[in-house]
Structures are given as C-alpha cells and as structure tokens.
Design a protein around this ligand. Sequence first.
Ligand code: CA
Length: 224
Amino acid sequence: MRLLLVEDDPSISVPLRAGLEREGFTVEVVATGAAALAAAPADLVLLDLGLPDIEGPVVCRRLREAGPTPIIVVTARGDEFDRVMLLELGADDYVVKPFGFRELVARIRAVLRRSITAERGGSTDIIEIGGLHIDRRVHRVHFDGAAVTLTPKEYDLLLYLAADPGTVRSRDQLMREVWDEHWWGSTKTLDVHVASLRKKLRPELIETVRSVGYRLAPEATQPR
Ligand code: CA
C-alpha cells in the first residue's frame, strides 16, 4: 500500500515515515500543498492541514475532486476545523496532533479496509437499479435520467445500500462500514445523510426499517 504523507514539519514527517515503512507501507513525503496535488496517485493520503503554500482545506477538497483516494486529515489541537467541515471537504477520517503512532496506524488500516470493501461491493463498475445509475469509476450518480450531486459520504452510503438492494442494513453496520466508529460520537449523522439522500433522490428510495436500520427499496427506483 502506498501512502502520500503531506507534512511540512520534518520533525514529524521523518520519524513518521520511518515508522510507517516499518509497518510495511511505501511512503512518499511531500512538504507543500502544490507537491501533494502534483504527486502520483496513492492508496491513501495523510494530510496535514497547516501547510506553507496552499491552505490545507483547499488541498483536501482538490484531492477529493481529483479522485476517490481516501484522505486522513491531521489537525493541530486548536485548529478551527470541525468534523462537519472536514466531512464536507471529503476527508475520510482525522487525527489530532499529538497523536499516538499505533492509533494512526489503526486509523489508516480501517480507512483502507473500508475503501477496499467499497471497491469490492461488486465486480461491476456500474450499478443499475431501475432508474438509479451509479458509475463507480467516476463516483457519478444519475437518477431518473438526471445527474445528482452527492457529498462523498452520501455517495458511500448510497453505494453501500445499493450494493445489496432490498437488504436491510443495521445502523451499527452502516456506521461501521460507511463511517468509522471513531469518527462520530453519535449515529445522528446517519439519519442526516439518509434524509439528504431522500431529498436529493426520492423520499421512498431509502426505507426505514424500524429499530433496525435502512434498506434501499428497489421498487422505488423505477423511472417516472
Ligand atoms: Ca504543518
């Protein structure tokens, strides 16, 4: 697995690189946002938000726009970035400096595992259920003939439900597979994302299964 470490402070990047290499990762270190955006594709990006040239959140958004590579953001304590903002920017997880090395490695492995699971959700690049069309190569969604713009997590959630249409997914399962249990204290965010998907797609497309979770209702995908 190839990691791109974007960190301008050598007192962090040098030992971190050595530690990650001992864990079996191949690590490329860059010290600026420009170099991060120009770097060869990696399996995961570790992104320090305090960079000398481009603001970290801008780098994060541009990396996300460039492709589906998972991003773990590294923030300094006291940075004014909250979870919602990091999510909007497309980050998959975050750690706050100073962080423990073991904790970081666990986060990296969890994010990589989720991204591999998402990729494996089916062998086809395109999922088509009624009028719902998901192109996994470019992360594009069309519904009833119209393009739908989703945030990265809305997309992940829809993809996870659509990978097995009709099957009920429990809240725990959704939080574990689509989010990281470290990422949110509450599962309220799940309901927020479901509500937003219903609004953007069709209300009855995602069915609530009381006291269990949610399912994608295949019968609600028919074009109108
Ligand atoms: Ca920095």
